[in-house]
Design a protein around this ligand. Structure first.
Ligand code: PLP
Length: 346
């Protein structure tokens, strides 16, 4: 038995994806001639309500491509101190673009306090970097997959426009947010200039992300992608799986949310676990262990018992539900958690 809850990136392509990949019509995408990539980009742009989209090899490449296209050397990006763009992209904007990150404290619900954002916007002064971009994350991974409300997205967009700033949404799990809110993804992205989302997470495609925005921006982003080594050739073989991801795999994310809730409610009953199940809104469950329980040791004992989870920053454990994980798997995983954690408190 092996129940892999480390991430929704461990999903394998579905049989329909394998077939679509096998049959994909292809061309040279650097020449703009891959019909399957072009079809995916048009579909993706439409789904997030933007003029154009670009297919990239990873979410990190999509976010970095966006940041490098929005900003130049000496510019500054306001982002969350728990954001993937700040914590988990190897400092790319600074490394590659001479761009300064300006982290703001992420509130427990994943938002940035708007007054703090406003206070961080630099006035015109020869000493200061130039504030150019505000980036938020929805759903918010480090904050337990919390969904940023629609009203927040529009307030943030309005604030940015008031100061002439651009906005980028790291929507790696944008469709989880859309399904949780019961709205089309385009409602979440309406007030953002650009958005990145992953095809390779809950949507189960093997590889790929989308960056979408105004046509003029995507035209420039195509050059940035080339600089990043992301211009690929017969990419339709991979894009074909992305089309299946967007047409067949979005609605079923609701199952993952139900399973995550089931897991969270079960875990919250265990004396060894500290967890508030009301904070579980999508497919991510983040827990803390009770005093005296060691995270690395617990993760290892769970693994030996067939349940894989991730040791996470700050002494936490993360479990993520996804395609291939059933309600029955959740019950099995809960039984394993109970067995692994209980002797300590016996
Ligand atoms: C996974 C993730 C990314 C990056 O995706 P990769 O494809 O792993 O590079 C970006 N942002 C968030 C919030 C993520 O969870």
């Amino acid at each position: 038995m092996r129940i892999d809850l480390r991430s929704d990136t461990v999903t394998h392509p579905t049989p329909a994806m394998r077939r679509a990949m096998y049959e994909a019509e292809v061309g040279d995408d650097v020449y703009g001639e891959d019909p399957t990539v072009n079809r995916l980009e048009a579909l993706a742009a439409e789904m997030v309500g933007k003029e154009a989209a670009l297919f990239l090899s990873s979410g990190t490449q999509g976010n970095v491509c966006a940041m490098l296209t929005h900003c130049g050397r000496g510019d500054e990006i306001i982002l969350g101190d728990q954001a993937h763009t700040f914590l988990s992209e190897a400092g790319a904007p600074a490394v590659l673009g001479g761009i300064t990150p300006r982290p703001i404290h992420n509130q427990p619900d994943g938002t940035l306090d708007l007054a703090e954002v406003e206070a961080a916007i630099r006035p015109e002064n020869v000493h200061f970097p130039t504030t150019r971009l505000i980036t938020v994350e929805n759903t918010h991974n480090q904050c337990g997959g919390m969904v940023l409300p629609l009203s927040y997205m529009s307030q943030l967009g309005a604030l940015a426009r008031r100061y002439g700033l651009k906005t980028h949404l790291d929507g790696a799990r944008l469709f989880n947010a859309a399904v949780a809110l019961g709205v089309p993804a385009s409602a979440i992205t309406a007030d953002m200039d650009t958005v990145q989302f992953c095809l390779s997470k809950g949507l189960s495609a093997p590889i790929g992300s989308i960056l979408a925005g105004p046509a003029e921006f995507i035209h420039r982003a195509r050059r940035t992608r080339k600089i990043l080594g992301g211009g690929t050739r017969q990419a339709g073989v991979i894009a074909a799986a992305g089309i299946v991801a967007l047409t067949e795999m979005v609605d079923r994310l609701a199952e993952d949310h139900v399973n995550a809730k089931r897991l969270a409610e079960g875990l919250a009953q265990l004396p060894g676990v500290r967890l508030d199940p009301t904070r579980v809104q999508t497919n991510i469950v983040i827990m803390q262990l009770a005093e005296g329980l060691n995270v690395a040791e617990t993760v290892e004992r769970l693994r030996e018992a067939g349940v894989l989870v991730s040791a996470f920053y700050g002494g936490r454990i993360r479990a993520v539900t996804h395609y291939g994980i059933t309600a029955e798997d959740i019950d099995t995983a809960l039984a394993v958690f109970q067995r692994v954690l209980e002797p300590v408190h016996a």
